[in-house]
Design a binder for this molecule. Structure first.
Ligand SMILES: NC(=O)C1=CN([C@@H]2O[C@H](COP(=O)(O)OP(=O)(O)OC[C@H]3O[C@@H](n4cnc5c(N)ncnc54)[C@H](OP(=O)(O)O)[C@@H]3O)[C@@H](O)[C@H]2O)C=CC1
Ligand SMILES: CC(=O)[C@@H](O)[C@H](O)COP(=O)(O)O
Ligand SMILES: [Mn+2]
Length: 386
C-alpha cells in the first residue's frame, strides 16, 4: 500500500478548506488530515475534527478555545488557540502538505513558517504572494519547499507548463469572468449593494474573493501572483475577459503556440491536482460537454470602469511595497463594503488614495512589509468616514 500524504488545512472552515476536505474524503486511501485551523467558526471546526480525526486543531479566536477543547476532550486531538499558534503548528513535523486557505494577509505568517520548514504548499492564499512574493519565493527556494498553485488560473498555467522544461514563455493570459457587473458602467456601479456583488456568475467562494471578482481586483491580485509563481516580467502577464470560466488560463510560448487548461468551474479540481501532484487521480467531478450549445467568448477588460485592475497593474509595475499597500487598503475597503459602510466605487477610491499616501520602499524587508501593511490599513480606515 502506498504511503498517505499527510495534509494540514489552514482555513479549513472556508470555501477552499471545506472543498479540500471533500477531496480528501473521496481519496481517503491517499490522504490523511493532520491539522485543521479555523478563525471564528468553532462549531464547524469541531464537526470537522470529530469526522476527520486530525492530530491537532487551531482556533484563531482565543475566546472559543474552551468550547473547542471541551467538545474534543474525549478524543486525542490536541487543541491550540491564537494567532501565534498558527505559526507554531505550521512548523510541526506531523504533516507533508499545507493547504494555505486562510483568506488575506492573515495567512502570510503561517505559510512562511511552513515554507521555512520545507513543507509543500498547496497555495490558495494569493495575498501571501501579492504582499511579499519576493521573500516568499526566495525562502521557498532556499528551503526546497514546493509551491503548487491552487488558484484556478495559476493551476491552469502550472498544468500547461508540465513537460515544457526550459521552453520560454512569451506570456501568460489569465482569464477573468468579468464578475456579476460585466458590461456595467459607473452610473450603475455607484448604487451596487453587497448582496448583488456577492452573486458571482460562475463560482461559489468566500465573501472577500467574491467582492474582489466583482471589482476585478481579484484579477489584479492574480497578475501579481502569476509574476511571482512563474518568474515573469509584468508585461508577460495579461488578462482577457472570458465570461464562461471554462478556459481557466493560457500560456503562450515563444513559438506562438498557446496551451489552455479547461474544465467546468469547480475548485475541487485544482485542489485535488495540487494534492496529488505530480500524479493525476480519478474524480467524479462533472465534465464539460462540447455538445451542449453555447459559445466561449473573449473580450478586453474595461480598465476605465473597473479601475482596481488598472491600480493593480500600476502596483505590479512599480513593485516594492506597492502591491502590499494595494492589498492592505483593498482588504479594509472590501471589509467595509461588506458591512455596508462604503459604496462599491469607494473601494477603488480608498485603494488609490492609500497607494498615493504610504511611502514607497523599493526593496522592503519582511518587517517593512508588515509595517507597510499596518500603515496602509490605518490610513485606509481613516477614509471610511468619507
Ligand atoms: N474560494 C475560492 O474558490 C477561491 C479562493 N482562493 C483564495 O483562497 C483563500 C481562501 O478563500 P476562501 O476559502 O474563499 O475564503 P473563506 O472566507 O471562505 O474562508 C477563509 C478561511 O480563513 C479563516 N480565517 C479568516 N480570517 C482569519 C484570520 N484572521 N486568521 C486565521 N484564519 C482566518 C476562516 O476561518 P473562520 O471561517 O473559522 O472564521 C476560514 O477558514 C483566499 O486567499 C482566496 O483568495 C483562490 C481561488 C479560489
Ligand atoms: C476560482 C478562482 O480561482 C477565482 O479566483 C475565480 O477565478 C474568480 O473569478 P473571476 O475570474 O471572476 O475573478
Ligand atoms: Mn482565481
Amino acid at each position: 500500500m502506498s504511503q498517505l500524504k499527510r495534509i494540514a488545512i489552514f482555513g479549513s472552515t472556508g470555501s477552499i478548506g471545506t472543498q479540500a476536505l471533500e477531496v480528501i474524503e473521496a481519496h481517503a486511501d491517499k490522504f490523511s488530515v493532520e491539522i485543521l485551523t479555523a478563525h471564528t467558526n468553532d462549531t464547524l471546526l469541531i464537526a470537522q475534527a470529530l469526522k476527520f480525526n486530525p492530530n491537532m486543531v487551531v482556533i484563531g479566536d482565543e475566546k472559543k478555545y474552551q468550547s473547542v477543547k471541551e467538545a474534543l476532550s474525549k478524543t486525542h486531538v490536541k487543541v491550540f488557540a491564537g494567532e501565534e499558534a498558527l505559526e507554531e503548528v505550521a512548523s510541526m513535523d506531523c504533516y507533508d502538505i499545507m493547504i494555505a486557505a486562510i483568506v488575506g494577509f492573515a495567512g502570510l505568517k503561517s505559510t512562511l513558517s511552513a515554507i521555512e520548514n520545507g513543507k509543500t504548499i498547496a497555495l490558495a492564499n494569493k495575498e501571501t504572494l501579492v504582499v511579499a512574493g519576493d521573500i516568499v519565493m526566495k525562502k521557498a527556494a532556499e528551503n526546497k519547499a514546493a509551491i503548487i498553485p491552487v488558484d484556478s488560473e495559476h493551476s491552469a498555467i502550472f498544468q500547461c507548463l508540465v513537460g515544457e522544461g526550459r521552453n520560454k514563455i512569451e506570456k501568460v493570459i489569465l482569464t477573468a469572468s468579468g464578475g456579476p457587473f460585466l458590461g456595467k458602467k459607473p452610473n450603475f456601479l455607484v448604487n451596487v449593494k453587497r448582496d448583488h456583488a456577492l452573486q458571482h456568475p460562475n463560482w461559489t467562494m468566500g465573501a472577500k474573493i467574491t467582492i474582489d471578482s466583482a471589482t476585478l481586483m481579484n484579477k489584479g491580485l492574480e497578475m501579481i501572483e502569476a509574476k511571482w509563481l512563474f518568474n515573469l516580467q509584468p508585461e508577460q502577464v495579461q488578462v482577457v475577459i472570458h465570461p464562461q470560466s471554462i478556459i481557466h488560463s493560457m500560456v503562450q510560448f515563444e513559438d506562438g503556440s498557446i496551451k489552455a487548461q479547461m474544465g467546468l468551474p469547480d475548485m475541487k479540481l485544482p485542489i485535488q491536482y495540487a494534492l496529488a501532484y505530480p500524479q493525476r487521480i480519478s474524480s467524479k467531478f462533472p465534465r464539460y460537454d462540447f455538445k451542449k450549445p453555447g459559445t466561449l467568448g473573449f473580450e478586453e477588460p474595461d480598465y476605465k470602469t473597473f479601475r482596481n485592475l488598472a491600480l493593480a497593474i500600476d502596483a505590479l509595475q512599480k513593485g516594492g511595497n506597492m502591491p502590499c499597500i494595494l492589498n492592505a487598503a483593498n482588504e479594509i475597503a472590501v471589509f467595509a463594503f461588506l458591512r455596508n459602510r462604503i459604496g462599491f466605487l469607494d473601494i477603488t477610491e480608498m485603494v488609490e488614495r492609500t497607494m498615493n499616501k504610504i511611502p514607497f520602499i523599493a526593496k522592503p524587508t519582511l518587517e517593512q512589509y508588515f509595517e507597510s501593511d499596518g500603515e496602509a490599513r490605518n490610513f485606509a480606515a481613516t477614509l471610511i468616514q468619507m
